[in-house]
Ligand binder design. Sequence first.
Ligand SMILES: [Zn+2]
Length: 101
Amino acid sequence: MSKRAQSDNSLACSFCHKHQDVVGKLISSPSDYPRAYICDECIAVCNSILEDDKTCNKPETGSVEPSPEMIQVIREELRLLLYDIPDSDIKIVAKILHALV
Ligand SMILES: [Zn+2]
């Protein structure tokens, strides 16, 4: 009886095409169509890419927020508002607030 000629000797990583005897570990896909393999080296590369993505996503936030300097200025100006401040200072506050809106 003819067994399906699936030459197990020539298994290779589907990503880097290294043969199974060159790499440490070759993991096969769960499905047969088409059967894919990935070696431990490519898994390591994938892991580092995923780690990079995690760290790259962080500094995305805060682009709409006013700068820390601006917040500091407003905080100082608002503190002045609690006291009896001259009209000239109120104009400064108004200018700053208007710039943010
Ligand atoms: Zn590989």
